[in-house]
Design a protein around this ligand. Structure first.
Ligand code: URP
Ligand code: ZN
Ligand code: ZN
Length: 453
């Protein structure tokens, strides 16, 4: 199968030019002006932009969490991602405390393998670092292609590790050349505040926000950066939300340390005033919570200052009925919100179209940097001969509105209901096959492949 894309404006993390692209099999074969080749399919991209397929390095599909399961399966989640221009996702395997990493990986791959439309990879969350887990780190890296290890500084009793385990894990991961990522919030402080609010009968979604003030994230981010500096491990903070945490990262640069940072689309676009709605505020109950407008400004600035490298989603959807498990107590609302389908279009519309970021920065944030940080570059995250032909053909002139009535995620509300978006992912190509064309699906379940790193 071969595809010739004619008259494209090609945008990568570093370039912006007009060319034709010739795809043969799963990869980009050649790029040039007025290519004259015979192809099975010719796509005229006049007036459109072609950029690398998105990589969302933070999703939770079909994940057991807070007494229920995130509502998108690998099938529905990766298909929704493709509709929105994301061709690869990195999901999180969660170790069960007391059990092995292998046990968790087998369970996760049992759910994912053969069920994905789009490409996928895994981070593994180490929730119980001990002598046995230590031995598994090198196996995960060398045998399973999993090089990034997630840690939680919150969710005590289920996912959280203490600082001693963190330092031990960092040393082991460094020894084998991997990366430690973190959910950086102070779990003990948060648990205290949750208990206080519950004891005072303050149970609405707004108290989810008040239970995780900025200091809980700023403190944990600084502590994580310090431990990473001490051990010398490569470090990455997931879903960073606020000015205080970003300042901790900025301070780390003063000692020539680089702490990599991911924020998520919701933290750039939504703010904590949404929690004043009761019960609707439950739609945005996630951890860390949405912050203030000054934090959004700090994040946009942090992007352009090079402090924030990645915009993900932390896609972790729950249906309204699931959210209502916490109708009488915010602490029982399953944490997470749906966004896997909308990240690319929202970031273009609110970032590039508004002039906040350049088109090249957009590619950095949505694919190129994640590919480099997580060891998928130049297979993914760029447009070059030999790279996977993962491409989005994007119409910057088409406007549309987001709605639960039209989205493809398996969730019965939209966190962005009625939002007007400038620009649409018209055609999405994954490893040389047209996966989405004008909303029509061209690949089958199981086409999505595991990406070992
Ligand atoms: O609220 C969130 N973020 N849910 C998913 C789990 C996590 O902390 O990333
Ligand atoms: Zn988290
Ligand atoms: Zn997450």
């Amino acid at each position: 199968m071969s595809i010739l894309i004619k008259n494209a404006r090609v945008i990568t993390a570093s370039e912006d030019y007009r060319a034709d692209l010739y795809i043969e099999g799963e990869t980009v074969h050649s790029i040039g002006k007025d290519l004259s080749v015979n192809a099975d399919q010719v796509i005229d991209a006049t007036g459109k932009i072609v950029f690398p397929g998105g990589i969302d390095p933070h999703v939770h599909l079909q994940m057991p969490f807070m007494g229920t399961w995130s509502s998108d399966s690998y099938e529905t989640g990766t298909l929704a991602a493709l509709h929105g221009g994301t061709t690869t996702v990195i999901d999180f395997v969660l170790q069960t405390q007391g059990k092995s990493l292998r046990h968790a990986l087998d369970a996760w791959r049992g759910r994912s393998d053969g069920n994905c439309y789009g490409d996928y990879s895994f981070h593994i969350a180490v929730t119980d670092f001990n002598a046995d887990t230590r031995k598994e780190i090198v196996q995960m890296i060398k045998e399973e292609g999993i090089t990034s290890f997630k840690t939680f500084m919150a969710y005590k009793g289920a996912l959280m590790i203490d600082d001693g385990q963190m330092v031990d894990l960092m040393q082991e991961v460094k020894r084998h050349g991997g990366l430690v990522t973190v959910h950086a919030t102070n779990g003990d402080m948060i648990d205290k505040l949750i208990a206080k609010h519950r004891a005072e009968g303050k149970l609405s979604p707004l108290y989810h926000y008040f239970s995780q003030p900025e200091v809980t994230e700023a403190e944990a981010s600084a502590r994580f950066a310090d431990m990473a500096h001490y051990t010398g491990v490569s470090a990455y903070i997931v879903h960073l939300t606020c000015q205080g945490a970003l300042d901790a990262v900025r301070r780390a640069t003063l000692r020539n340390q680089r702490v990599l940072v991911e924020t998520c689309i919701q933290y750039l676009l939504l703010d904590a005033s949404l929690y004043e709605q009761n019960p609707d505020g439950a739609k945005w109950v996630m951890s860390p919570p949405l912050r203030q407008k000054k934090d959004q400004e700090a994040l946009w600035a942090g992007i352009n200052q090079g402090l924030v490298q990645v915009v993900g989603t932390d896609h972790c959807p729950f249906n309204w009925e699931q959210k209502m498990m916490g109708k009488d107590d915010f602490s029982k609302i399953p944490n997470g919100h749906p966004a896997i389908e909308h990240r690319m279009e929202l970031l273009w519309s609110e970032g590039v179209h508004t002039g906040r970021i350049s088109p090249n920065k957009y590619v950095e944030l949505t694919s190129a940097n994640a590919a480099q940080i997580f060891g998928m570059y130049p297979k993914k995250g760029c447009i070059a001969p030999g790279s996977d032909a993962d491409l989005v053909i994007f119409d910057p002139n088409e406007q549309h509105a987001l709605s639960a009535k039209t989205h493809h995620m398996n969730v019965d509300y939209s966190a962005y209901e009625g939002w007007k978006v400038q620009g649409k992912c018209k055609t999405v190509i994954l490893r040389g096959r047209v996966a989405i064309d004008n909303g029509k699906v061209g690949v089958e379940k199981g086409y999505g492949a595991f990406v070992g790193r």
